[in-house]
Design a binder for this molecule. Structure first.
Ligand code: S3P
Length: 181
């Protein structure tokens, strides 16, 4: 069965979960957040998984979830909000492409910093200087997000409402891409 999900990718703090929920509501789709799914399955917070089992273990869980979605034979159409590091693994990229249309929510490092300055939930941003860490990771990841996506939306300082309006106006385009895939 052809997969016609909408997958949101982007750096931590780019609004994937918030926007994904609204997008799902608008398109009458089911919302799935990969981080939330993993936390529920493991019965632990992401920070605990990183601390107790390590990042590699977490990455294996991400890949396993994608594989499961790839094999799933249901007509259910999801909006999937992915963890910021999930698209970095090459095997994951192939599965993501096969799942549907990929929307990159793009944000600049200073804006991400503003949003995550006080964040304690994201283990990768708890060590060292936060803005430098964001800049380094974003520089590594940006070309991957960009290459992988079908549609890129600049989030910036825009209100959620504005971003949703932009997505809504691109929604027809997104649907065409999903249907062609
Ligand atoms: C990560 C992003 C997080 C979460 C984990 C690792 C990353 O998700 O998966 O902390 O490597 O960028 P969000 O992008 O939803 O914050």
């Amino acid at each position: 069965m052809k997969k016609r999900h909408i997958i949101l990718i982007g750096f931590m703090g780019s609004g994937k979960s918030t926007i994904g929920k609204e997008l799902a509501r608008m398109g009458q789709r089911t919302f799935l957040d990969t981080d939330e799914y993993i936390e529920e399955k493991e019965g632990k917070k992401i920070s605990e998984i990183f601390a107790q089992n390590g990042e590699d273990y977490f990455r294996t869980l991400e890949t396993r979830l994608l594989q499961k979605l790839g094999l799933q034979n249901t007509p259910c159409e999801y909006v999937i909000a992915t963890g910021g590091g999930l698209p970095i693994n090459q095997a994951n990229q192939e599965i993501l492409k096969s799942l549907g249309v990929i929307v990159y929510l793009k944000a600049a490092s200073d804006i991400i910093y503003e949003r995550l300055e006080r964040d304690k939930k994201r283990p990768l941003l708890q060590q060292g200087n936060k803005i430098e860490r964001i800049q380094t990771l974003l520089t590594q990841r940006e070309p991957i997000y960009q290459k992988l996506c079908d549609i890129c939306i600049m989030t910036g300082h825009k209100e959620i409402e504005t971003i949703l309006n932009e997505i809504e106006s691109q929604y027809r385009e997104i649907k065409k891409i999903v249907e062609k895939k």
